[in-house]
Design a protein around this ligand. Structure first.
Ligand code: OGA
Ligand code: MN
Length: 286
């Protein structure tokens, strides 16, 4: 197949973040100029949407590979509902059941705001999610612009978060943080800066979230709780957010270093299935 430059339009999805890329067919090989232009758009808009795509697993991975090395899932193989033998780079985000058992991860209901893989030493940079089956209502994915979340902090808070670090810890749940009075060694966890400088754009972003961030380090528990609750206000601020109503064939790619995402509830009686892969990242610094 020849690789020809695909001319595309960029259409913002909201005032806060997100853009639809129109005119790129992800089932075809992309040339270097197209990839460079998509990469620039990604860094500018944080979340990109490609509609009406017809791609199998291999094509999704080929597309993701333009933006980095495709990552392997962080969940241990024996704890993956997809099965230990399933493609280690692919997660099915699904509530579909076979023989009474979920065939995918993150099955049902609402999910709190989070950065994918912030509990990892080198958080994966990008997530690629492709819609294959959708409920008739709900199951929207909400995205928050974490540059804007940082910019909106008071000057006082910007000073107070300087140099702070937080414990990021995760047990693959959707609506609860890990209980850290427990033995935390059995959970994936990492200490990360509370704000990070995006390695590519050089912009500062808030890097805490209600699902995975358990405490601010070197601070009394009640002070840490109060600071986190104040920082988590971003999750209720529609002015920095975009809520995506999925259509079949949508592929969304988002930057995990400067955005968070959440999911709205949907009927458990209806099927939902999306196919996910990620590209690797690097350690993040304030
Ligand atoms: C994810 C995720 C949200 C959704 O795949 O990382 O958080 O809408 N998915 O299912
Ligand atoms: Mn996620």
């Amino acid at each position: 197949m020849t690789k020809t430059k695909q001319h595309f339009d960029i259409r913002p999805l909201s005032d806060a973040l997100g853009a639809e890329i129109r005119g790129v067919d992800l089932s075809q090989p992309l040339d270097a100029d197209t990839v460079a232009a998509v990469t620039d758009a990604w860094h500018e808009h944080i979340v990109l949407l490609f509609r009406d795509q017809d791609i199998d697993t291999d094509r999704q991975i080929v597309f993701a590979e333009h933006f980095g090395d495709v990552g392997v899932r962080s969940r241990p193989a024996e704890r993956r509902p997809e099965g230990a033998d399933y493609n280690a780079s692919i997660m099915l985000v699904s509530n579909v059941k076979k023989d009474g058992k979920y065939i995918g991860s993150l099955p049902d209901g609402e999910m709190w705001f989070h950065h994918d893989m912030c509990y990892d030493k080198a958080p994966h940079k990008g997530t690629f999610l492709y819609a294959m089956e959708l409920p008739s209502t709900g199951g929207n994915t909400q995205f928050a612009n974490m540059y804007a979340a940082y910019d909106k902090l008071s000057d006082d808070m910007k000073q107070r978060v300087q140099g702070q670090r937080a414990l990021q810890i995760y047990d693959f749940a959707t609506r609860e943080t890990v209980d850290i009075s427990d033995d935390i060694s059995k959970y994936k966890h990492e200490i990360q800066p509370v704000t990070i400088t995006h390695p590519v754009t050089g912009r500062r972003a808030l890097y805490v979230n209600p699902l995975i961030t358990a405490r601010i380090e070197d601070m009394a528990e009640h002070e840490s709780r109060a600071m986190l609750d104040e920082l988590f206000a971003f999750a209720d601020d529609p002015s920095i957010a975009y809520e995506h109503e999925w259509r079949l064939g949508d592929l969304m790619m988002w930057d995990n270093w400067c955005s968070c995402h959440a999911r709205t509830d949907f009927p458990a009686s209806e099927r939902r299935m999306l196919r996910r892969c990620t590209v690797k990242g690097q350690p993040l610094h304030e």
